[in-house]
Design a protein around this ligand. Structure first.
Ligand SMILES: Cc1cc2nc3c(=O)[nH]c(=O)nc-3n(C[C@H](O)[C@H](O)[C@H](O)COP(=O)(O)OP(=O)(O)OC[C@H]3O[C@@H](n4cnc5c(N)ncnc54)[C@H](O)[C@@H]3O)c2cc1C
Ligand code: SF4
Ligand code: SF4
Length: 1008
């Protein structure tokens, strides 16, 4: 680790040259003018700057291609205007939802991206009787399901990414999930669409009886719509034998175009055409969906799970067809690698606890009450086939919601666990959803393994086994030429194998840039030619997501007289190719654990989990703004562009980069734990702020906030004058003008008698050290010490009542949290050093360091380890505990004489503490004290130390806070309690009353 003086000198360079196939620099002037035209014609946002191009250059796949710019349309007219402008300028178009795709279909070189998630994300209508919902394309699937749940309904396809993936993207990809065994895939539920075609025409697709009145009317009207119906009908008719022969008969097959599903016999026995089915799975290449009407299914009221453990992967796979003979709603597979990684991971270990260590592979089966009446009997039947006959050696049943959730969490952890492998070789998705008939799985996997062995690589196995989709991700280093060639060669071999087994190259994630190359192999020449004719009929200039699903052999193929849509080599446009290079900045913080600064940045794989809008802490700024640049992914992509030369070298230290990319990260640390690969943006930000300060000097406000402890000490010494001053008329305005402190914020009050002064004035601790069960140094954080000593007094009261000897660490310095958040890392290091030196002897003697303020506790528990090295800091860090954690771990609350509470609580946890898995203690303690507690599913409160006080951040801070206020409004808890000082201050703006209590105060009140 570097010290402050030698930090930020010459960057280390790793990798090779920076050329990138097919991502030649875009002419900024050309795109500026296109952007200007669009700004004139479109109501929604239009961004054609270099930042926007980086933000939308990648998705959840291994690919990267810079678009021309981005439009966030507000209306259908905006979409039409964009399409018309793109046609005039001959620029390709790419509709996009969350961009969580895994095959590269949500990126496009030189395209205008239409991002539907910002404005066109509404639910238009829910008709519970007809069991239909109409939505805009940017509607997130879980959001729709939340609104459907009171009606006992849901949208059946359930991709694992449903907490951020959109219905439009699901239609684009023909998405599906673990329950495809039961419900099938998205095309079965897509009934009607409104689609903007490549020429700007808006059509309404639905089931239309062939040669019926409606059909005839369309044909008679003529125009684009008529041509499309006639072309599709002719193509299907003339290729019917080939369609029967070539399309795999699987529950899920999403490669190519849905020619096999567009004409069918409906329930009334009529032969109908429904173009909606063709747009499903077309990956935005045939038209732009602007509204979708989808059918719904009823939600089962109850489910049950059983995990069957096998000592051999093949035996587990052979059991799949037998499992399908039972009325199951899901059959999922996990192998030993998944369990091993889960056991080694802090976040997932608890979910793997009950899985026997000798398990080589396990099948997870689900039943629901719409399929079976008696779960015990249903599970019993399978158990007698699998366990009693010796195929499986153990079964773990899960009946309660909690137990089932644990097993599903384990299953869904597979990808994140694999992706967080250290180093450059990573398990990459490129052939990860190949699908074969379930009865062929065992043989297929054996042959797949031979291919991997022949390529000297390995993989972990997990699968939607019931549908024959095996998620195998070979572990490769794509930064090396050999890795890229191995990827191509494995794909060649695996696609042969899949064809041999009558399977599909994609049973879930689509073609994109990864698999389009192979579609001719899957479908044969006749259908391949039909696909190209279909594409050209819908999109004569190949403007819509060109090169995806179909490609042109050369520029003489049907299409424009340019090379648009020519070629689909899966090795082009890689995010990390052999040409990738990145700088490794020298750092003040220790990034060894993350494999270095750049490795931490590169851990972002684009999965988009940081765009989830409920649950977890990550990412509050995205939730409040719905701006890609304010998601963890947006920040990580910008950082990667800055360290890899995609943006100019000086970007990282530019004011603009700090203002637009880093300053709006509130440092809540949510991403550290909630991001599946642990992209710790708060740490990256602190490091870069530090480096920026080194180059440009520290601003006055940063100095003020970084030294808030010194100011608070002066404020306390001069109280009440110091408290009256900022409340005088005009003073807040002055503070805003001089220091950029938001005028709407009330500054903390200071008490004349600090907590330490009060403690010193007591005779002695009421529990002598010799008689005590535990000895504790209570950390006098700035906020508690000088502004709200009542919280510290409550902690002391409870601790002493529990027989704990307490001393206040008045010889300690502030924790350095404020300095750290401002990027004043030298100051933070000094503080850390002093505190560690002072506390180390006591800690060695068995004392615990206890905090009432969570952000200070976490500073000791986490950031100190990044700032300092050695045994002493580790010992002090381990001895640091939040007050609720301390009480919980030692079960001290049970012995206290407590009155029965008269109110119920809503609990808002602290984001920093949640991020390091220490927040759950508070609810446990409060409940054991007798409180009924509603733990709010809240993120950060929006204050984040000084962030909420900064004038330019006030509105965002309040927008983040509003989400917490809404949750409180919905909660049954009568009193809100929160351990964080900043949170309580933000909450006081909501309640208009005194600050809500710290949980320790609510306990102290009960002491008799
Ligand atoms: C960790 C992880 C797990 C996943 N699990 C699953 C899974 O279980 N099952 C599954 O099916 N997928 C899964 N995916 C892939 C992906 O998340 C889903 O396919 C998802 O439905 C895509 O939604 P999106 O909003 O991100 O779409 P995007 O990625 O933004 O777009 C998907 C495609 O649809 C097109 N599109 C988007 N909007 C429109 C529109 N309005 N009109 C026309 N075309 C449009 C795009 O051009 C693109 O080709 C997973 C991805 C990740 C990262
Ligand atoms: S930051 Fe994390 S959660 Fe967000 S896209 Fe990247 S890997 Fe996924
Ligand atoms: S630290 Fe918080 S605000 Fe910053 S990127 Fe992570 S989750 Fe978002």
């Amino acid at each position: 680790m570097m010290t402050g003086n030698d930090a930020c000198t010459e960057p280390r360079v790793s990798g090779r040259s920076n050329a990138r196939t097919l991502t030649t620099p875009i002419d900024p002037a050309e795109y500026e003018s296109l952007g200007a035209t669009l700004r004139d014609r479109v109501d929604g946002e239009v961004r054609f700057d270099s930042y926007a191009r980086v933000l939308y250059a990648s998705d959840g796949s291994i690919y990267q291609a810079q678009p021309a710019g981005v439009v966030c349309p507000k209306t259908v007219a905006d979409v039409q205007a964009t399409v018309e402008t793109a046609t005039e300028h001959s620029v390709p178009l790419l509709p996009r939802g969350t961009g969580s795709s895994l095959a590269g279909q949500a990126v496009g070189h030189g395209c205008i991206v239409l991002d539907f998630t910002k404005h066109m994300d509404e639910i238009v209508d829910i008709d519970p009787v007809a069991r239909r919902a109409t939505v805009e394309p940017g509607c997130v699937q879980d959001h729709l399901d939340d609104q459907l749940s009171p009606h006992g309904l849901k949208f059946a396809p359930d991709p694992a990414s449903s907490n951020r993936a959109t219905i439009g993207g699901g239609i684009g990809n023909n998405s599906t999930g673990a329950h495809s065994v039961r419900y099938g895939i998205t095309d079965a539920y897509t009934e009607e669409l409104r689609v903007v075609l490549a020429d700007g025409t808006l059509i309404h697709t639905r089931e239309i009886v062939l040669d019926g009145e409606e059909y005839e009317a369309i044909i008679e009207r003529g125009g684009t719509e008529a041509i499309l119906y006639a072309t599709v009908r002719e193509l299907v008719n003339s290729h019917s034998a080939e369609i029967d022969r070539r399309y795999p008969s699987l529950k899920r097959s999403v490669s190519g175009y849905n020619l096999q599903k567009v004409i069918y016999e409906n329930e009334a026995g009529d032969r109908v055409i429904n173009l909606s089915k063709l747009f499903v799975g077309a990956e935005g290449t045939l038209g732009i969906v602007v509204e979708a009407c989808v059918s719904l299914v009823t939600c089962p009221e109850e489910t049950a799970l059983a995990l069957y453990c096998f000592d051999d992967l093949r035996a587990a796979l052979q059991a799949v067809p037998r499992a399908l003979e039972h009325p199951v709603s899901a059959v999922e597979l996990m192998d030993e690698e998944v369990f091993r990684l889960a056991r080694e991971s802090e976040g997932y270990a608890e979910y793997a606890r009950d899985v026997p260590t000798e398990t080589a592979a396990a099948l997870l089966l689900e039943w629901d009450d719409e399929l079976v009446d008696d779960f015990d009997a249903a599970i019993g039947e399978v158990t007698s086939r699998f366990v009693d006959d010796g195929r499986a050696f153990a079964v773990r049943e899960a009946h309660s919601d909690e137990a089932q959730q644990r097993l599903w969490k384990l299953r869904k952890a597979a990808i994140p666990l694999l992706m967080s492998l250290e180093g450059d070789p990573k398990p990459y998705p490129f052939i990860e959803d190949a699908t074969v008939p379930p009865e062929a799985l065992a043989e297929y996997v054996e042959q797949f393994e031979s291919i991997l062995n022949a390529h000297d690589t390995e993989a972990a196995y997990f699968a939607h086994a019931g549908s024959g989709t095996l998620h195998i991700r070979p572990i490769l280093n794509l930064k090396a030429e050999s890795g890229v060639e191995t990827m191509h060669s494995i794909t060649d071999d695996v696609t042969d194998l899949v064809v041999e087994h009558d399977g599909s190259f994609s049973g879930e994630h689509g073609d994109g840039l990864a698999r389009t190359e192979y579609n001719p192999k899957l479908y044969g020449q006749a259908l391949w030619t039909a696909f190209k004719r279909l594409k050209t009929a819908f999109d004569p200039d190949w403007l819509l997501n060109p090169g995806t699903v179909v490609y042109r052999e050369d520029s003489t193929d049907p299409g424009p007289p340019s090379d648009r849509g020519v070629g689909a080599d899966m090795r082009a446009n890689l995010r990390y190719g052999p040409e990738y290079q990145s700088i490794e900045p020298q750092t003040q913080l220790d990034f060894d654990e993350e494999g270095g600064f750049s490795h931490l940045v590169e851990l972002c794989n684009g999965c988009g989990t940081c765009r989830q809008t409920t649950g977890d802490v990550m990412c509050p700024t995205y939730r409040a703004s719905k701006d890609e640049i304010q998601s963890t992914r947006g920040r990580a992509n910008m950082l990667r562009a800055a360290i890899s030369g995609e943006l100019p070298e000086e970007t990282l230290q530019s004011d603009r980069f700090h203002r637009e990319v880093l300053d709006l990260c509130i440092g809540c640390k949510g991403c550290k734990s909630d991001c599946p690969t642990g992209v710790d943006m708060a740490k990256l930000k602190a490091e870069l702020k530090h480096q920026h300060h080194e180059q440009t000097g520290v601003g006055l406000r940063s100095k003020l906030f970084g030294h808030i402890d010194t100011l608070a000490a002066i404020g306390s010494a001069t109280a009440p004058l110091s408290t009256i001053g900022p409340r005088l008329p005009g003073s807040r305005l002055l503070l805003e003008k001089l220091f950029g402190i938001a005028r709407n914020r009330e500054l903390p009050r200071f008490t004349r008698e600090s907590l330490t002064a009060w403690f010193d004035s007591r005779d002695t601790s009421s529990i002598p050290a010799a008689d005590a069960t535990e000895r504790v140094v209570l950390f006098p954080d700035t906020y508690t010490n000088y502004s709200y000593p009542a919280v510290g007094k409550a902690a002391i009261k409870v601790l002493e009542a529990a027989g704990v000897h307490v001393r206040i660490g008045d010889e300690l310095t502030p924790s350095g949290r404020a300095a750290f958040s401002m990027g004043l890392l030298d100051l933070a290091s000094d503080r850390a050093q002093t505190n560690v030196q002072t506390l180390a002897p006591r800690v060695a003697d068995g004392w615990t360091v206890v905090f009432v303020e969570p952000s200070d506790a976490v500073m000791f528990q986490d950031e100190y380890l990044d700032l300092l090295e050695g045994d002493r800091v580790r010992a002090v860090s381990e001895a640091a505990e939040g007050i609720m954690e301390f009480l919980d771990r030692r079960r001290l609350i049970e012995a206290l004489p407590l009155a029965t509470p008269t109110e119920t609580l809503a609990y808002h946890g602290h984001c920093n503490q949640t991020a390091i898995h220490r927040d759950h203690h508070a609810v446990g303690v409060l409940r054991r004290a007798g409180y009924e507690v509603d733990p709010l599913d809240s993120s950060c409160c929006g204050m984040a130390g000084s962030f909420g006080y900064e004038a330019e951040h006030y509105e965002l801070s309040m927008a983040i806070g509003q989400q917490l206020f809404d949750l409180i409004g919905e909660s049954d808890g009568e009193v809100v309690t929160a351990p964080g000082g900043s949170c309580r201050s933000q909450l006081s703006t909501y309640t208009d009353e005194d600050r809500p209590p710290h949980p320790i105060e609510t306990i102290a009140r009960l002491l008799q």
